[in-house]
Design a protein around this ligand. Sequence first.
Ligand SMILES: *[C@@H]1O[C@H](CO)[C@@H](O)[C@H](O)[C@H]1NC(C)=O
Ligand SMILES: *[C@@H]1O[C@H](CO)[C@@H](O)[C@H](O)[C@H]1NC(C)=O
Ligand SMILES: *[C@@H]1O[C@H](CO)[C@@H](O)[C@H](O)[C@H]1NC(C)=O
Ligand SMILES: *[C@@H]1O[C@H](CO)[C@@H](O)[C@H](O)[C@H]1NC(C)=O
Length: 461
Amino acid sequence: MLTFLFKMTIFYVFIISSCLLNHVLLEGDPDMPAIARYFNTKGRYEEVNPYLREDILAVNRFILPSAQCKEIHLTAIIRHGTRYPTVKSVKKMQQLYDIVRHNASGEQSWLRELQTQWTMWYTEDMDGRLVQKGVNDHKHLAVRLSKLFPSLISEEHLRGGRIKFITSSKHRCVNSTLSFKAGLTELWAIKDMEFDHAVNDALMRFFDQCTRFVQEVDNNPSAAPELDKFKQGPEMRRVQEKIADRLGVPYSLITQDMAKAAFYLCAYEFAIKAANSPWCQLLDEDDAKVMEYASDLGEFWKRGYGHDINSKASCILFHDVFKRLERAASENKSGQRVSEAVTIQVGHADTLLPLLTLLGFFKDNDTLTSDNYAAQAERSFRTSLMMPYAANLVMALYDCGGGDLRLQPLLNEKPVSFPGLSTDQPASMPSYQDVRERYRELLHGCDFESECQLVKEPAGV
Ligand SMILES: *[C@@H]1O[C@H](CO)[C@@H](O)[C@H](O)[C@H]1NC(C)=O
Ligand SMILES: *[C@@H]1O[C@H](CO)[C@@H](O)[C@H](O)[C@H]1NC(C)=O
Ligand SMILES: *[C@@H]1O[C@H](CO)[C@@H](O)[C@H](O)[C@H]1NC(C)=O
Ligand SMILES: *[C@@H]1O[C@H](CO)[C@@H](O)[C@H](O)[C@H]1NC(C)=O
């Protein structure tokens, strides 16, 4: 018991110190936008794990319940790395840039810098492609995970074909997968072999193939009325007015889209070029929190808890993950070598967020709505922390001796507990059996085909 308390103390000290570090680094660093913590899905992974700013290959080893625990399988579901803006965003950025050049009348030096020195270098053909920083995101993640799980992500397993790669067909995901592999082959200087990956959109882009989700949510303009109301509401209007005041333009010119373009110009300049760009002067921290909430509202209603089908669309991926765990567990139990030691699956925020929701992560007591912005200040559903570029969920299966199987989930490389799974196991690593019990209903149901069917409207309604 004493050693357990001691271990937990170490664990908390680590968490607390990394929070303090975060604060100190952000306050003190002129190279970082003051609003870098609020960029939603356009944020850097380093803002979620600030120790990486010092050493991008640093890992935080976590504490195993006993020295006997040996890892037997790992599945990682990873979002693609840093990317360029999509065509739609580039068009809006161009529009804001034109306003700044032709209509802005302020005298501030950052404004003059935008007007005379900054050039619009984003082009439509960049359309969401992976950038060099995104290549590095995945190379570095590969190296860190191999340090964290050396007996699984090993040269021997890679050469033996026991590390499997699965990706969404989208170019940024394929390139992220190639980058992850390159991280490993460069680490071990492997030049005599190449390693395959499978493209599987049924698994990694289930959201496109779930008819009910597509019709009722994704293509339904009224699926997120709370977001629409918030965009028209007082908090957002204030942000737009403040931006217009800073630029010295009529309020009518700074629409909600233009405010978003300003926010994301700051985000992209930082994520792609590591620049604290003059665009960041257009929003202060209060403004950024409002922009962050607007985006979280959208994710909540279109990918998260807002509609049941959002998470149910990921049933196919949920079952796939547990099928792999189950196979590894039974192979190990029956004395066979585990045939697939590691599965690396690369997809989108739209892949990971529904799955995390299905598993019950980041669920707050109250629904995110247009009129509870202030009350939601401490919400856990915060995409800036959950879903930066290269966000990842790792499920690591351990044998802790004598068939005592444990399952450790890690979110963005931090050990977490499965929501609603009370456990008296040390260091919060639950038994695999308890996890299966926790998700029993989903394991016995959650059928993609039936969940994703369109529900027939009753006649006469
Ligand atoms: C903004 O500038 C453009 C180009 O100079 C001009 O046509 C337009 O009228 C201006 N809009 C406002 C509201 O000043
Ligand atoms: C991504 O892949 C495409 C083709 O597969 C290649 O042309 C492009 O250069 C790659 N981009 C990066 C950043 O690796
Ligand atoms: C099963 O896993 C345990 C823990 O890693 C290991 O000691 C054992 O050798 C594995 N069994 C087989 C057959 O690989
Ligand atoms: C959420 O609800 C539970 C149960 O009603 C309560 O114990 C808990 O304190 C609430 N949490 C917050 C943050 O309000």
